[in-house]
Design a protein around this ligand. Sequence first.
Ligand code: SPV
Ligand code: MG
Length: 290
Amino acid sequence: MSQGTILKDTILKNGLAHVMAAHSPLSARLVEEAGFDGIWASGFELSALYGLPDVSLVSMTQHLEMVRAMAEQSSLPIIADIDTGFGNAVNVIHAVKQYERAGAAAVVIEDKTFPKVTSLLADGRQELLRVEEFQGKIRAAIATRSNPNFLVIARTEALIAGLGEKEALDRGAAYEAAGADLIVVHSKQKTPDEVESFVRAWNGKAGIVIIPTAYPEMNEARIKDLGKISVVIYGNHAVRASVTAMKDVFARILKDRGIHNVDKDIVSVVEIFRLQKMDEVKANEKEFLA
Ligand code: SPV
Ligand code: MG
């Protein structure tokens, strides 16, 4: 079964797929062990990992290599955040071929101009593509995929750009008409009102995807009550959790002048061996080292 089929089946079976961000093969394994339905190969997280802002600086090759490495370490479907598709429809064609081959379940393409600016920034420069041009990118992605279950997800940034609900609804409908399987509507409002209102007004057939980072009180009970939402993406909680943990442990080691206190509060080296599958190495040594 293809990864896209697995993701589609989860949505069909559970109504809502819950997907967690990852930025490394190790974090992808932790997402799977925690019990999520899928992995969000977040551009924001990978950019942060390189110490870079999420403004189209990380290349397609860097992101693709990470997706490939994550796919090797996890059996969960991966939703690849390919930003604007790295250029125009021609770049999208190239990207879709590569990401499908790399083992992703889906790509999300957003309707901003290249280079994009990260969405949640308070005064970010948010420029949107003409609807027809973005439809061309979606059509190009659909025409390129070799498996019809490789999901092409269109993301509108109309609310992020402050263009209002009507523009967001019109764009969502236009992207569905171009063939998008699902529609991401993103918002940076501190409350869920804007997204809830969009969802209530949405009368397309395509399911909606949300990334509720800015409005965290939108929990899964509320999402299910609203209906129409197929996927919730927890967009940057892997990198934020790891920064929180590293800051805490690093500060304590300096304060304590040693590792004697933190040792009991962090995972053991044996746990890292388990995540690295050292047991397989031991078994192979026994079997093959003569
Ligand atoms: C990402 O995680 O890269 C996203 C979500 O695209 S956001 O950063 O909120 O735009
Ligand atoms: Mg992104």
